[in-house]
Design a protein around this ligand. Structure first.
Ligand code: ATP
Ligand code: MG
Length: 266
């Protein structure tokens, strides 16, 4: 297993956002995480990526090593990248600069390095820029490299967020509702891009998604959270074919109460 989580719990005051969750994701898998609003999906990502510390008793192993209490930057360095539910692109910076930040984890290019940078630093800079341009081409944004990110369309910004997470060359990519707010055609473009990146780079991907169609079509296995607990897990077909998973639910966004009802009855 690339990722092996055991007994993961996170309380915020009296609220248990994630409760005793076990989760194993194999290398190369695309895993879906579904569940109603507030069921703990984003918190799960925040725990895996080190934004939050889990409550005592949990263990998270990544690539065979314990990462349970590591700092976020250390977890990122070991190959875990993520996107955020609310886009965090730097809208005043160009598209390529956004990728370079994703690659470096910080800004270390531009005027200052032009003055003090050694020839070697410049060569390295050029190599990285070239690599980021290839990544931009791969996600279909090469023509926009120098455009301020804030001027791009919603769909392009979502692709950019994906590209920026990929810029660090992760082994595991955590996508928090990557298709939120996109039109159906842009959802398809985004998903095709995710799958292309996965195949090209041998990635493992975990996708949180409200749009069930996305999960059903893209993921090999789906884990279902409700009130912080993992209440179901299986192939999309198993989740979908659970006796009361009504066909009418598939292919459209579900209201929370609908999700709860369908999960309860599954
Ligand atoms: N930093 C925090 N402090 C206090 N409560 C929090 C914090 N982060 C999350 N929560 C609470 O934990 C619960 C789970 O939140 P989380 O964001 O993980 O849900 P989610 O499944 O991602 O929901 P959504 O589908 O709306 O994105 C919610 O009740 C939320 O209010
Ligand atoms: Mg969330």
């Amino acid at each position: 297993m690339l990722l092996e989580i055991k007994n993961l719990t996170k309380r915020f005051g009296g609220l248990t956002a994630v409760s005793k969750v076990d989760l194993s994701v194999r290398q190369g898998e695309v895993r879906g995480i579904i569940g109603p609003n507030g069921s703990g999906k984003s918190t799960l990502f925040n725990l895996i990526s080190g934004v939050y510390r889990p409550d005592p008793g949990a263990s998270i192993a990544f690539d065979g090593k314990d990462i349970t209490n590591l700092e976020a930057h250390e977890i990122a360095r070991r190959g875990v990248a993520r996107t955020f539910q609310l886009l965090r692109i730097f809208s005043g910076m160009s598209v390529i600069e956004n990728l370079l930040i994703g690659h470096h984890g910080h800004i270390r290019y531009g005027a200052a390095s032009a003055v003090v940078g050694s020839r070697r630093a410049w060569a390295e800079e050029r190599r990285v820029r070239q690599e980021m341009m290839e990544l931009l081409s791969f996600i279909g944004l090469a023509d926009y490299a120098d455009m301020p990110a804030g001027e791009m369309s919603g769909g392009q910004q979502r692709l950019l967020a994906l590209g920026r997470a990929m810029a660090a060359r992760p082994k595991l990519l955590l996508l928090d509702e990557p298709a939120a707010g996109l039109s159906p055609i842009n959802v398809d473009v985004l998903l095709d891009t995710v799958l292309a990146l996965k195949n090209r780079f041998g990635l493992t991907v975990i996708i949180i998604e409200h749009i069930l169609k996305v999960v059903m079509e893209t993921c090999e296995a789906v884990s279902v959270l409700d009130h912080g607990e993992k209440i179901a897990e299986g192939s999309p077909a198993q989740i979908r074919d659970d006796r009361l998973v009504i066909e009418a639910y598939l292919g459209k966004e579900m209201k929370d109460e609908e999700v709860r009802a369908f999960l309860r009855s599954a």
